[in-house]
Design a protein around this ligand. Structure first.
Ligand code: F6P
Ligand code: MG
Length: 453
């Protein structure tokens, strides 16, 4: 297809759409989204019950918000057309331009799955935005916090290992650093396996298994990485740039995932592989569990609260290790060594093929980093246009000309939770297709890719 024919509603290969009843897009539209909206309703009702006596106005408005969410579910079920966004936020005009230019005749089923799925979170945000008493309310915050509480085993495990990982005796040897790097990058990768929007399918045991960070477990799970550019990433990481030595993370989920991202970032700073870290967060509640700027201090606070992790077996030394580490993290933020930023672009419904044209400021700024890590499934879908590329398409081709040529040194750390996959060799393709079902290797979160441009 000629580049000029490509639009957000007409990707280089067919887009995934809920009109295909066999697709994950269809399952998401008819089953997963209503469950996610219901979980938001349960949360709001809890808050209404809490404030009923102290803040009558807020409680009253809360019932209207629940009604609006019920109406949104009806709109989905009726396959209604996508309507313009009605609030007055910094991104409203952009959203409406995108709707009008590319998706004017689309409905909840026949629009692209990528655009529609972003649009539903934008519509949820609109409901709160138009309210008086709930404007900054995150209806997924309770879920984020509760799941993080359940991650205590891996949290303490990593906190107690950290002093050894940043020991100056290791930092002085590039070989030792490389060994530690290979472990940490995997911890960072598999931290993505447990996002809340998928929990509709996962048991508690599944989650704990995925969060295990022991060496043997990691080695065993290496076989599930279908494309593995970790060595190339190491080559990029050990470079000392002439300008600022900056590493960016385009974050995905709050709780355990961002905790391990922090572990990796902390390690990079401590051993001198980076002097500055930028975390890119979402401006609004997004795909249930994504990190918003306020979730970072909240995560620090949870770790420092002695009663947060109800873990009886932990010793005083374990708790101390966690406290020392998290205080160091708070210091990074205070000193500006770690910056948590957000930008409207991250919550548009567009592929990152459009980053250069739709968010030139962001694009130019991120080019200053020596490495940009894109975490998670949604970032991957956006990088590769969420379309049905042949799986052997090179990653460089699938991320589009602007990203490929003007913005190198990017890596995606992604566990496979949706259709698109690129960058496989012919051999891997044959092998995986012969031994696993499509459902298993593309959607289950058991397999992963680490791809570098
Ligand atoms: O709803 C589908 C989806 O976009 C999947 O891609 C994935 O299950 C989830 O939402 C988001 O995953 P992640 O948090 O890794 O981006
Ligand atoms: Mg997410």
């Amino acid at each position: 297809m000629a580049n000029s024919d490509i639009t957000p509603n007409n990707p280089p290969y067919p887009a995934f759409r809920a009109t295909n009843k066999e697709s994950f897009a269809y399952d998401t539209t008819v089953r997963r989204w209503p469950i996610i909206i219901d979980s938001a309703i349960v949360d709001i009702q809890k808050t209404i019950d809490e404030v009923e006596k102290s803040d009558e106005k807020k409680a009253k408005e809360g019932t209207l918000i629940i009604q609006a969410l019920e109406d949104l579910k009806k709109e989905l079920a009726a396959d209604a057309p996508l309507r313009p966004i009605k609030d007055n936020h910094s991104d409203t005009d952009k959203w409406n331009t995108h709707l009008q230019t590319w998706f004017s005749n689309c409905t909840w089923f026949n629009g692209t799955w990528l655009f529609n799925e972003c649009y539903i979170y934008r519509r949820i945000y609109e409901i709160f935005n138009l309210s008086t008493h709930w404007q900054k309310y995150d209806c997924f915050e309770r879920q984020k916090i509760n799941t993080f509480r359940g991650s205590h085993a891996a949290v303490f495990d990593l906190a107690t290992k950290m002093p050894g990982l940043i020991d100056p005796a290791n930092a002085s040897s590039l070989e030792k650093l490389e060994l530690i790097y290979h472990e940490l990058i995997q911890v960072c990768l598999w931290g993505n396996a447990t996002d809340l929007s998928l929990l509709t399918n996962m048991s508690k045991e599944d989650i704990q298994r995925l969060q295990a960070v022991e060496k043997d477990r990691l080695a065993e799970r290496r076989q599930y990485i279908l494309a593995d550019d970790t060595q190339k990433v190491w080559e990029a990481l050990k470079r000392k740039p002439s300008g600022v030595n900056r590493v960016d993370f385009v974050l995905d989920n709050a709780g355990f995932e961002v905790f391990v991202d922090m572990i990796f970032a902390d390690w990079l700073l401590q051993v001198g592989l980076a002097d500055k870290i930028v975390f890119h967060c979402k401006e609004m509640p997004w795909f249930v569990s994504d990190v918003m700027p306020k979730d970072m201090p909240l995560m620090f606070q949870c770790c420092l609260d002695e009663d947060f992790f109800a873990e009886e077996n932990k010793t005083e030394a374990d708790r101390r290790a966690l406290m020392i580490m998290v205080k160091r993290w708070q210091q990074y933020v205070q000193d500006g060594v770690l910056e948590c930023r957000s930008h409207d672009f991250w919550t548009y419904g567009l592929s990152y093929w459009y980053m250069k044209s739709e968010a030139p400021d962001l694009f130019e700024d991120m080019k200053k980093a020596k490495l940009v890590l894109y975490k998670g499934d949604l970032n991957y879908r956006k990088l590769v246009f969420d379309c049905d590329f042949p799986v052997t398409t090179p990653f460089k081709e699938a991320i589009g000309p602007a990203m490929a040529n003007d913005f190198t040194h990017i890596v995606t750390l992604r566990t496979n939770k949706a259709d698109p996959v690129v960058g496989l060799t012919d051999e891997t393709k044959r092998d995986i297709e012969s031994r696993a079902t499509r459902q298993e290797w593309r959607f289950s979160g058991k397999y992963a890719v680490v791809e570098f441009n």
